[in-house]
Structure formats: structure tokens, C-alpha cells
Design a protein around this ligand. Structure first.
Ligand code: IVH
Length: 590
């Protein structure tokens, strides 16, 4: 697989067009998005997918056929009557933002390090050993080239033909591919996507301009590295330069220590960035950061700000290197290393304050016990006052004790907390299990495990093999569950939570309220008056509906609260998806 000539300024694009017009005369160009993912080549023989190769090291591709078979936009069998004997389809595998975000949300919830960006995550996903896991990632294939017989003489036409054969191809109406007859048309395409790329659900790093006529492409041929008939115009990644003020080391719920760059505030694509993740010791070593360094920050996949490089030339002679601490910055316990030295952990889970606080915060969180009246600050205050050391202590809180805390602790607040705690007894077992914060047991795993085991007692008694037999449970999760239930303090904790009245088994009813929303797919956006975001999602599901993160042609309704983003609205309107407000929704389920 070759690469494309890159240009960062429009004059170079004009030169490219000029060069071609000089040798060939007037030609038509096809303009496309330059997807930022993993290049892939698919071979079909007699209409069946037989091989999927990535670029590998550039010389020798890497075969990943079984993993690619799980990608929904890759047809396993070509459609239609006139299927060619042999066909090669080229394109890019990407991970859409919504899937990347969901994956990282789950990782953060399980106190795992978030992935860096969608491109690396897509590449990593394609290397997974288990195709089932690949299928869950939600990768997409975007076609940009077709090689085979009977494709006509136009690149644009060949892409359309790929669409007929069953591929998801770039949409003309959304301007994802266009035919341009002159430089002005190309420039207009560049300008359009310069802005519009921010609303896309995937990363592009530029656009590609190709001579449309396949015969002329052949006539122009290739240089040693790239085709003479195409050029990429790359958008500048949104970067900003600032100063590294400090590096803090944050201790998560499970003791994982993450370095965070504290920066002099700087504006980056519309938001002020003050902090950026440094991921782990590996990344810290790669950057060779020194205190006071001038650093370049970038929005990775336009989502998480990260430090991408250091201006070594601007470093003062006395600058001190940033080192990973050997002891926990919070409790002083020597750190241990996992994952071959990449991940540092504080093993003091019993008395390291941030671990305790994060565990309690996780427990009260909306996706867990959803305890109204309690939040991060209240938890910190109760901890400071020595009233809570674990989640079971919450259920021993007394009204007088809360009122005695003094300023800011009125009757309303105290009663709010106590009512919230009482209401949390209604929370179903699967969320109680999630709330315990077992490492690697995120929301989905907790739901599956709770339903499969049926009760806390049953789960506690399960051995390795039994755990492994459950959906979603692999080695890592099984080990983690066994380790959790093996701890002495967990036994006491669970006993106390049971005494407090929390739900320790799957209820006889399945929690469903009606089938009014059966077959309907909702996308929820904005803020609601009567529901939290999670509550409205649960309500949809309780009435038989489904919820998805991103709008597509399959979406039945976009449920819009106040502050719904304009991009979502436009997308819904473009796809003709009905937008429903909160009152409309209430009427629907009434
Ligand atoms: S055409 C000879 N079209 O960019 C290569 N490539 O720098 C012809 N890419 O590895 C490639 N979007 O994976 C082409 N619309 C597009 C593309 C595209 C992304 C990637 C491709 C290639 C790299 C070239």
C-alpha cells in the first residue's frame, strides 16, 4: 500500500491541479474525506470475502480477516446479480466518536486508563485475539477505492458501484464525496469540511483530491511512494502551545495512579485547557517532560486534551525532569507496578484517602445507587468529619449527627440525604453490584453477571470456571471478582449492606412497566426537567424501548431536553428523525 502526497496549504493543491492540467488538459476531480483510521484492503473471490489485510509494515500486510468479518459495514458476501469474479476494495477502518467515548467511559468507570484516541483504539481493536470483542467495539469501514473488472472509467462511479455491491459508501448528499470540475470546486470542498469536520462522528485529518478518470489515473502513474493522480490536503490538528506548570499524580478508585499535566490555561478549539492527561509512566518517559517545559497540546480525536510534544530547545538549563513517584502521593505507601511497568498502583486500598473517597463517590453515582442529596463535596465533608470510611457507613448516618456538622448542614440537607439513602434500597441488584466498584466490572458486565448469577450469595460462591462460563467474563474479570470476594472486609461490608436493606438478588419482576416503546430506538440529548439523563434512559427501557448514543437512519426519536446541541438537531433533521420534547415523551408513556 502506498501513501499520499500531503499538502498543508492551498497553493500546493493549486500546483497539483495546474500540473495535471498542463500534462492532460481539463479533467474532473473527485474529492473525498481523508479518514484517520487504519488502512485496509479486502479481497473478494466469487463474491465472498476471502482476505482482509492491513498495511502491516508497508511491505508485508497483516492478515486480520476474522476480525474484519465482524464489522457490520463489511459485507461477507457481495450483493446483486453482476458480482465480479475478483474484487479488491480499499478503505479505512475507524472507530466512531460515540463508540470511543462509550468505551472510555466504561474504562474510567472500571478505573482503567482511558484509550488515547480513536485511531489507536481502532488499530488495537483489530489486533484483539477474540473476534467477539472486536464485534462489540463498533468499528466502521469507509470505502475509498475499488479495483476490479467492469467498474467503468470513473473513480466516483466505481465507488457508487461498491455501494450497489453492499458497501457503505460516502454519501453525495452529505458532501462526503463530490465531483469537481475546477480548482474553485475543490477549494469550496476544503472550506466546507474545515468547519463541518467538527460535527462528524469520526476523525478526518484532511481531504483527498483524486483525478476521477481511471484511465487518466493510469496514464499519470506513480512516483516511488505515491500516486501522481491524487493529493491529500491536511487540516492542521488543533494544537496550542503552553507551559507545564506542574504534574500531579491522581489516585483512582482502585489505586491506579495517573499523571496529569497542570498547564497554564490556553484556548484550544473553543475551550480553555488547564489540564491534560499524560496517561502513564510510559508516555511520561516518551515525552521526557521537565518542569516548566513549553509543551504542545492537542485535542486527541477532538476529545481529550493531551500533551503531544515538548519544545526541548526552549528548556532552561536547570529544568528538573518529571519523575514518577515511588510512593503514593496521597498516603505514602510504596507503589507497585503492573502491566510490565506501565501502570503504577497504590496497594493501600484500605486507608488511602482518595481511593476511599472515589469508591464512595462511585457507589453514590447516578449509574450506581443514584443517591440524591449526596455528591462529591458532601462525601468529602462526611469523610473529613470521620463519619464515613466505607459505603456501609452511609447507612448508619443519623439525623442529629448530620445536623451537628454545623454551618451549611440544615434540616433540608440532612433529610435530603437520609431520604436518598432510603430510596436507594429500591435500586436493583445489578446496579448494587456495579456500585461495589469491583475492578473491571463496569455497568454492562455487572448487569450480565447479576442476571446470570441471580444473587450476591450465589456470585460469591462461584469458582473460576463458573465465572468464566458467563457472558462477558474473561480471565481478567474472573480473577478480579474472585479477589474481591476473597477479602475479609468485603464479607463484613456485604453483611452490613444487606442489613441496611439493599437489594442482593434479582427481583422476580423484570422491572418493565409497559411495552409502549417496543421497537423504538431513542437518542437522548440535553437536560430534562423531570428526569436525570440516566433516569430517562431507564424509563425508556422499562417501557420496552432502546437507547443509542448516536443518531442514524435507524433512530425513531431524538428525545430533546433543553440545551440539545445544534449538531444533533441538524443531523436529526437531515435524516428526517422526529424530535420529541419531554412533554411529548411523557404523553407517549402515560
Ligand atoms: S487513496 C495510494 N483516499 O491515507 C494510496 N486514502 O496517506 C491511495 N486514506 O494509507 C489512497 N482516506 O489509508 C485514499 N479517501 C481516501 C483516504 C485515504 C484515508 C489513508 C489511506 C492511506 C493514507 C495515505
Amino acid at each position: 500500500m502506498l501513501s499520499l502526497g500531503n499538502s498543508y496549504d492551498r497553493d500546493e493543491v493549486a500546483e497539483f491541479v495546474g500540473r495535471i492540467e498542463k500534462t492532460i488538459g481539463q479533467v474532473t476531480f473527485a474529492t473525498e474525506l481523508k479518514y484517520d483510521g487504519v488502512a485496509i484492503s479486502l479481497t473478494y473471490v466469487e463474491g465472498r470475502l476471502v482476505r482482509a489485510l492491513t498495511r502491516g509494515d508497508g511491505e508485508q500486510g497483516e492478515e486480520i480477516t476474522n476480525n474484519v468479518r465482524t464489522i457490520r459495514s463489511v459485507p461477507l458476501v457481495l450483493r446483486g446479480a453482476r458480482v465480479p469474479d475478483e474484487l479488491e476494495v480499499r478503505g479505512e477502518i475507524v472507530l466512531p466518536h460515540a463508540r470511543f467515548q462509550a468505551l472510555n467511559d466504561a474504562r474510567i468507570e472500571a478505573d482503567e486508563e482511558p484509550y488515547m484516541n480513536p485511531r489507536n483504539t481502532a488499530a488495537g481493536s483489530l489486533k484483539l485475539q477474540d473476534p467477539k470483542l472486536v464485534a462489540q467495539r463498533g468499528l466502521e469501514m469507509h470505502v475509498y477505492g475499488v479495483i476490479g473488472p467492469d467498474l467503468g472509467t470513473s473513480h466516483f462511479g466505481a465507488i457508487e458501484r461498491a455501494g450497489e455491491l453492499g458497501f457503505r459508501v460516502p454519501s453525495v448528499s452529505q458532501r462526503r464525496i463530490e465531483r469537481c470540475n475546477d480548482l474553485a470546486g475543490i477549494m469550496d470542498f476544503i472550506s466546507y469540511w474545515e468547519q463541518a469536520r467538527h460535527d462528524l462522528d469520526l476523525d478526518i485529518d484532511g481531504i483527498v483530491i483524486k483525478v476521477d478518470d481511471l484511465n487518466i489515473q493510469e496514464e499519470l502513474g506513480y512516483t516511488a511512494k505515491s500516486p501522481r493522480w491524487a493529493i491529500a490536503y491536511k487540516y492542521q490538528a488543533e494544537q496550542a502551545e503552553t507551559t507545564l506548570v506542574d504534574v500531579t499524580f491522581q489516585v483512582g478508585r482502585t489505586g491506579a495512579v495517573t499523571p496529569v499535566a497542570e498547564l497554564r490555561p490556553v484556548l484550544l478549539s473553543g475551550t480553555t485547557v488547564k489540564r491534560a492527561t499524560l496517561f502513564n509512566a510510559d508516555q511520561l518517559a516518551r515525552l521526557d517532560l521537565h518542569y516548566g517545559d513549553r509543551v504542545v497540546v492537542e485535542k486527541a480525536g477532538e476529545i481529550i486534551p493531551q500533551v503531544v510534544s515538548v519544545k526541548v530547545d526552549e528548556r532552561g538549563p536547570d529544568a528538573l525532569p518529571v519523575r514518577f513517584p515511588e510512593k503514593c502521593p496521597e498516603c505514602g505507601t510504596p507503589l507497585i507496578q503492573e502491566d510490565g511497568g506501565i501502570q503504577h498502583m497504590c496497594p493501600n486500598d484500605r486507608s488511602c484517602p482518595p481511593q476511599i473517597l472515589r469508591r464512595i463517590e462511585h457507589f453514590i453515582g447516578r449509574k450506581a445507587m443514584d443517591i440524591e442529596g449526596l455528591g462529591g463535596e458532601t462525601i468529602a465533608a462526611l469523610y473529613e468529619a470521620g463519619m464515613i470510611r466505607n459505603v456501609a457507613d452511609l447507612y448508619d448516618l443519623q439525623r442529629e449527627q448530620l445536623l451537628a456538622l454545623g454551618k451549611g448542614w440544615g434540616e433540608r440537607k440532612a433529610d435530603g440525604i437520609l431520604t436518598g439513602l432510603i430510596k436507594s434500597r429500591e435500586v436493583p441488584f445489578e446496579r448494587v453490584l456495579f456500585a461495589l466498584g469491583i475492578r473491571h466490572v463496569g455497568e454492562t458486565v455487572a448487569r450480565k453477571v447479576a442476571r446470570a448469577a441471580g444473587s450476591m450469595d450465589r456470585l460469591r460462591s462461584m469458582g473460576r470456571e463458573e465465572l468464566l462460563a458467563m457472558d462477558e467474563v474473561g480471565e481478567v474479570i474472573a480473577e478480579s471478582i474472585l479477589e474481591f470476594f476473597g477479602r475479609d472486609e468485603v464479607e463484613v461490608l456485604l453483611h452490613r449492606l444487606r442489613e441496611a436493606g439493599l437489594c442482593m438478588e434479582v427481583e422476580a419482576t423484570d422491572g418493565s412497566l409497559s411495552k409502549k416503546l417496543e421497537g423504538k430506538l431513542f437518542v437522548v440529548s440535553g437536560v430534562f426537567e423531570n428526569f436525570s439523563r440516566d433516569a430517562i434512559k431507564r424509563t425508556i427501557e422499562a417501557h420496552g424501548g432502546k437507547v443509542s448514543g448516536s443518531i442514524s437512519s435507524k433512530t425513531s426519536f431524538v428525545l430533546a431536553g433543553t440545551d440539545m446541541g445544534p449538531a444533533k438537531r441538524t443531523k436529526a433533521e437531515q435524516l428526517g428523525v422526529r424530535i420529541l420534547d419531554e412533554n411529548g415523551f411523557l404523553e407517549m408513556i402515560a
